[in-house]
Design a protein around this ligand. Structure first.
Ligand code: NBP
Length: 478
């Protein structure tokens, strides 16, 4: 029997994905790796999986039933190109090559074009959920052609995570060429924002309310039973309750407070800048990680003055409720901004992406999985033409309920000298959208003054310019 699916790249992600595939009814999995021993070891360690080990690319091609379907799980960038080329040389028209790595979507667009010219269906597939997701059920974001998805989709459905609400597999055909990797990129950007917001909520409880990590863990557990129910809140409580295995109190107090990053958060922001989409919540989250990892500047900061002590909170229970509302509100903003970027990317790159479907496949398997995503899916189902998530009645209502407390939280943080960049920027975004008039009118006049960039009027059509260094009359620009 030939294999119906192959995986090449037997590091942790590829091995786990191969084991996941092999564990599902109807799949026979061929495995391959540049260093053959790794594939052989995986097969030896898991004799029940029935792996077909391929030693060369040609063996791999021979092991696969047609149309051949193979997933590449190797290091992103040049290694991925090398493996694609190797497979393309031994595969045939109609075959399907899937890149499950964390590729830049522009690379995926290029690779899809190159392989399409050779008749091969190339699918850039975003995979979220880390090692555990790969093994037990990830959220899958495949792009590429509809033809490729016809064969690939049913296989991916066997391994995808299933949403707790309705048991639906967390996979959909996201859109053509690079759409899947683009959406995976935005997923990671949203993940950064979500984590930063939770971090700020923690910091407020710690520094303004003086709570211990264990007490804060209890609060997160309580929140996890409501509208904030999510994987990230759940693991936050577990992390905060963790004592240092070496003894002497909570582990969090011994961990160097310098956050790492692998780049997809910055990509989300870079592309948002190119697309002209404000993703301020995500951007502040990326910047916050950079700042945390800059010891030279933080050393200078140790010498700078601030408030003597945090503000005194009258009723900690009210303040906790305010933080909870602020977290929910700022989270709505971050997700709204992320979905705006997806819509803008779809417009620019010609993808037909259904945002409600994206929220649907993020409900399980991925890092941002949450009850909240079901609400987003419902909001798009209720109004498929929704311009912004903030326009959905369910979210507008939540924002309205939270906004006073959100302001109290940001104000208390400012007075206390506790940085809350993501809480604050999302509130600024909310208030900017609410403002009937923005100081952008002033910006336009400044631009006209120094650069004759012209302005438009609220009461007339056309573009205008003031003769600033002349008699200051207004002229109409043709
Ligand atoms: P790595 O990213 O560490 O890549 C190791 C694999 O790449 C090995 O199989 C290695 O083969 C192979 N490889 C390299 Br390196 N250069 C090669 C080349 N020139 N030709 C052929 N093979 C080459 O593995 P990973 O951590 O399992 O991640 C795999 C992919 O999944 C990456 O793109 C990563 O960004 C992504 N990822 C996603 C998540 C997630 O949560 N979605 C998590 C972690 C990683 P060898 O054994 O012969 O050296």
């Amino acid at each position: 029997g030939r294999a119906n699916i192959g995986v090449t790249g037997m590091a942790v992600m590829g091995s786990n994905l191969a084991r996941n595939l092999a564990s599902r009814e109807g799949n026979t999995v061929a495995i391959h790796n540049r260093t053959t021993e790794k594939a052989e070891r995986l097969a030896a360690d898991h004799p029940d999986a029935g792996f077909v080990v391929a030693r060369t690319a040609q063996d791999f091609a021979d092991a696969l039933a047609r149309p051949r379907t193979a997933v590449i799980m190797v290091k992103a960038g040049a290694p991925t190109d090398a493996v694609i080329n190797e497979l393309a040389d031994v595969f045939e028209p109609g075959d399907i090559i899937v890149d499950g790595g964390n590729a830049d979507f522009r690379d995926t667009i290029r690779r899809e074009r190159e392989l399409r010219a050779r008749g091969i269906n190339f699918v850039g597939c975003g995979i979220s959920g880390g090692e555990e997701g790969a093994l037990l059920g990830p959220s899958l974001m495949p792009g590429g052609s509809a033809e490729g998805y016809a064969t690939l989709g049913p296989i991916l459905q066997t391994i995808a995570a299933r949403a707790p609400e309705d048991g639906e597999p967390c996979v959909t055909h996201v859109g053509t060429d690079g759409a899947g990797h683009f959406v995976k990129m935005v997923h990671n950007g949203i993940e950064y924002a979500d984590m930063q917001l939770i971090g700020e909520a923690y910091d407020l409880m710690r520094r303004i309310l003086g709570m211990t990590p264990a007490e804060i863990a209890d609060v997160f557990d309580e929140w996890n039973a409501g509208e904030l129910d999510s994987y990230l809140i759940e693991i936050t409580a577990q992390v905060l309750r963790q004592d240092d295995p070496r003894g002497g109190g909570p582990l969090i107090d011994k961990v160097l407070d310098a956050a790492g990053a692998k780049g997809t958060g910055s990509w989300t922001v870079q592309n948002a800048l190119d697309l002209g989409v404000p993703v301020s919540g995500i951007a502040e989250a990326v910047f916050a990680r950079s700042l945390s990892s800059d010891p030279a500047r933080r050393a200078i900061g140790q010498e700078l003055p601030g408030p003597e002590r945090p503000v005194r909170v009258e009723d900690p229970r009210v303040f906790l409720a305010d933080i909870r509302g602020a977290l929910h509100a700022a989270k709505i903003i971050a997700y709204a901004q992320g979905f705006d970027e997806i819509a803008a990317g779809a417009g620019k790159y010609g993808w037909e992406i259904h945002p409600g479907e994206i929220a649907r496949i993020w409900r399980a398997g991925c890092i941002i999985r949450a009850r909240f995503l079901g609400t987003i899916t419902q909001a798009y189902a209720d109004d498929p033409g929704l311009v912004s998530l903030l326009g959905a009645p369910v979210f507008a209502e939540s924002l309205g309920k939270a906004q006073q407390g959100w302001r109290r939280v940001v104000a208390a943080a400012v007075y206390s000298g506790v940085p809350v960049p993501a809480f604050a920027t999302s509130l600024a975004y909310y208030d900017a959208l609410r403002s009937p008039r923005l100081p952008a009118a002033l910006t336009q006049l400044q631009r006209d003054f120094f650069g004759a960039h012209t302005y438009r009027r609220t009461d007339d059509e056309g573009s205008f310019h003031v003769l600033w260094s002349g008699d200051r009359s207004e002229v109409r620009e043709s």
